[in-house]
Design a binder for this molecule. Structure first.
Ligand SMILES: Nc1ncnc2c1ncn2[C@@H]1O[C@H](COP(=O)(O)OP(=O)(O)OP(=O)(O)O)[C@@H](O)[C@H]1O
Ligand SMILES: [Mg+2]
Length: 372
């Protein structure tokens, strides 16, 4: 099956290099029993990928059991996962099968794995290692042949550092780690997703759609999309229903977007949604730096064309006493620090800086940060 065929068959829409790479990984690992960890912000398509991994596997005819670890009360999660014997605790009036038993031969999708309580993490590790588990109230080991897929929008590495997540479980889960970047970092996907959702909703509801003006399209391309693909899908659905039969303008579109600043291009300021203040701040500083740098480049070019020579000091930020620290220097330090923070993990560092991994690789080369 070609990549396009696979994408159509399993509903993974996306033209960006990132989504193409993800599709290839999904296609490769789906037929295996390897545990897959899917990470990314809310609404990026983690469940879409999990579903594709199941339906493109030989387990497709057996159940895909989705467990939202964050939604089950701590005291109940083990009995939900592993089942219980009658009378094992007060409310256990009947024997109950656990999700691992139900998913036998199929797939169990552990969503929001970062919310799993420490005691349950140990038991999960055991199932992952040898398929063994016990029902609550029973000491007879059972085995489950369920393929495990886990997802989280938390930074699990950070959870491990802060001792909230077991490192052995983390390493076991991330045999294959699929990181889905936020929509704002793969904007090439926006038009194809829009097209896909328009088709979906106009067919389903028999709605006529007369298209977007160029300005409206521009707004879609530049918006920050804090809610990622889910938000885009909701916005398209609302517009199709509420603006039906008309050509949709920029003003129309604005009504459906969150009141985040839309400045155009990469100058969008990050919105502190689902993010620590610290991370949002770092992003802001980084963005400001990148903008400043491109302004200076533009200025230099302008001046070069007008025949005026430029003093070297422009492009340099002064620090009191310590001499000058160039913008390149500052950028280099920010990147070096992000890499340090994530112990050289480029994926996480890029995420932290809110730049694409590719940009980070380029910068690492540019600044010679890879030769240590
Ligand atoms: N690549 C994609 N192609 C088609 N639809 C997508 C894609 N990515 C996301 N979607 C759609 O966007 C919505 C959100 O996706 P999904 O539920 O998979 O996100 P999620 O990462 O699991 O979010 P959360 O962390 O909030 O659970 C769904 O309606 C899904 O169908
Ligand atoms: Mg989800």
């Amino acid at each position: 099956m070609t990549r396009e065929e696979f994408q159509n068959e399993y509903g993974i829409i996306g033209k960006s290099v990132e989504m193409q790479e993800i599709t290839d990984v999904v296609q490769q690992v789906a037929p295996t029993d390897i545990t897959v960890l899917i990470t990314g912000e809310s609404g990026v398509g983690k469940e879409v990928v999990a579903r594709a991994l199941h339906t493109a596997s030989n387990r497709a005819k057996k159940p895909l059991v989705t467990v939202n670890c964050g939604a089950i009360p701590e005291g109940l999660i083990e009995s939900e996962l592993f089942g219980h014997e009658r009378g094992s605790f007060t409310s256990a009036v009947d024997t109950r099968k656990g999700y691992f038993e139900i998913a036998d031969g199929g797939t169990i999708f552990l969503d929001e794995i970062g919310e799993m309580p420490a005691a349950t993490q140990v038991k999960l590790l055991r199932v992952l290692e040898n398929g063994e588990y016990m029902r609550i109230g029973s000491s007879a080991p059972r085995t489950s042949d369920a393929r495990v897929i886990a997802a989280t929008n938390k930074n699990l590495e950070q959870e491990v550092q802060q001792k909230r997540f077991r490192p052995d479980l983390y390493f076991r889960l991330r045999s294959v780690n699929i990181l889905i970047p936020p929509l704002r970092n793969r904007r090439e996907d926006i038009p194809v997703l829009i097209e896909h959702f328009i088709k979906e909703f106009s067919q389903k509801n028999n709605l006529a759609f007369r298209g977007f003006t160029d300005d409206a399209t521009h707004t879609f391309m530049n918006y920050y999309w804090p809610g990622n693909v889910r938000e885009l899908r909701n916005v398209i659905e609302s517009i199709l229903v509420l603006e039906k039969g008309k050509r949709v303008t920029e003003e129309d579109v604005q009504k459906y977007l969150q009141r985040a600043p839309v400045y155009g291009g990469e100058r969008n300021l990050p919105v502190a949604l689902n993010k620590s203040v610290e991370q949002a701040e770092r992003e802001l500083i980084y963005r400001a730096l990148v903008d400043l740098k491109s302004d200076i480049l533009e200025l230099k070019q302008l001046l070069a064309h007008s025949g005026v020579t430029m003093v070297e000091e422009v492009g340099t930020v002064h620090r009191e006493g310590n001499g000058a620290l160039s913008i390149d220097d500052m950028e280099r330090r920010l990147i070096a620090r992000a890499l340090e923070r994530h112990r050289g993990n480029r994926r996480l560092a890029a995420q932290d800086l809110n730049i694409s991994e590719r940009t980070l690789y380029r910068k690492i080369k540019e600044f010679g940060l890879d030769v240590k």
